[in-house]
Design a protein around this ligand. Structure first.
Ligand SMILES: N[C@@H](CCC(=O)N[C@@H](CSC=O)C(=O)NCC(=O)O)C(=O)O
Length: 280
């Protein structure tokens, strides 16, 4: 596995790295960022994987999310990959919510997307091992997952379906019930097919919650009340109901929109939420 360091910058008594590598799952070069608090040789730290939303690269949260200060204070490695395969030969569309920048954290089964769009496999099988190869301080047995919007959908669905990989879950303004919103219809229709509606349900957080029977999970969700996508019915956070072992704390944050100003405001709370569960 060859992983190339693109940059390393000091930040809050730690280092903000960017790396790139050739992804086998996605058949293209991928970039990811990792913030690593200072630590002693041999020390192991928990990790928090942040999945970004539509149009984002690894850089949006790195530059605007304000995660470094909290990750440094609570000594947690913050991992933030790109949102889709990219580059020449990777299919794309003339709209921001499909194709490059819109991987939706699922594995596409339909052409032309199925040649590269395997973001679920990338996150589940490739990313954490790749990060651990260059950041040996990462304790892969203690990793939480969070994300924003499309990435909030990714965090909830991956966290609920792979409790063996992710020990804590949270989300910022997630797409909570994609089988019932316009973004979900477009993306599932293109990547999985309109005829595969049973398959869609495996990637819908509201549906996964209603049948969750894994280890106990206490999930934090923040949602701004002035979020345009909330008003367009794309997010539907009220569909996230606590069920058996999974409890959801939904905090409606008055006056906040969908932007990184909202995310940065509540980033520390989310890092603290994961830290509490990952140090147990
Ligand atoms: N450009 C689009 C809006 C795209 C957008 O708002 N993307 C959000 C995530 S939305 C759900 O996944 C985002 O995080 N943008 C990056 C940022 O830095 O703000 C439009 O024209 O509406």
């Amino acid at each position: 596995m060859t992983v190339e360091q693109v940059s390393a910058v000091r930040s809050f008594n730690g280092t903000q790295y960017v790396f790139k590598h050739k992804s086998e799952s996605l058949s293209c070069e991928m970039t990811f960022g990792v913030y690593v608090p200072d630590h002693t040789i041999g020390e192991k730290l928990p990790g928090l994987l942040y999945l970004s939303g539509l149009t984002c690269t690894h850089a949006n949260v790195m530059e605007k999310g304000g995660a470094q200060i909290g990750a440094s204070k609570l000594r947690l490695i913050f991992i933030h990959p790109d949102t889709s395969p990219r580059g020449e030969g990777v299919p794309d569309a003339d709209r921001y919510d499909l194709g490059q920048g819109a991987g939706f954290y699922i594995d596409a089964t339909r052409a032309p997307w199925s040649s590269h769009f395997k973001m679920r496999s990338y996150i589940e099988s490739e990313l954490l091992a790749t990060v651990a190869s260059v950041v040996p301080a990462l304790d892969s047995a203690r990793v939480g997952i969070t994300g924003h919007s499309m990435g909030g959908h990714g965090a909830l669905t991956l966290g609920l379906s792979r409790p063996d990989l992710f020990r804590s879950i949270s989300a910022f303004a997630p797409i909570s019930h994609p089988t019932e919103c316009a973004w979900g219809h477009t993306l599932f229709g293109e990547y999985l097919g309109d005829e595969a509606k049973e398959e869609w349900k495996k990637f819908d957080a509201a549906i996964l919650l209603s049948s969750y029977s894994g280890p106990a999970r206490s999930i934090l969700v923040d949602q701004g009340t002035e979020d345009n996508f909330l008003k367009q019915n794309q997010l539907q956070p009220e569909s996230l109901k606590s069920h058996r072992a999974a409890t959801v704390e939904l905090r409606m944050q008055s006056g906040y929109d969908h932007s990184y100003y909202f995310i940065a405001t509540f980033m520390y709370d989310h890092i603290e939420h994961h830290h509490k569960q990952l140090i147990q």
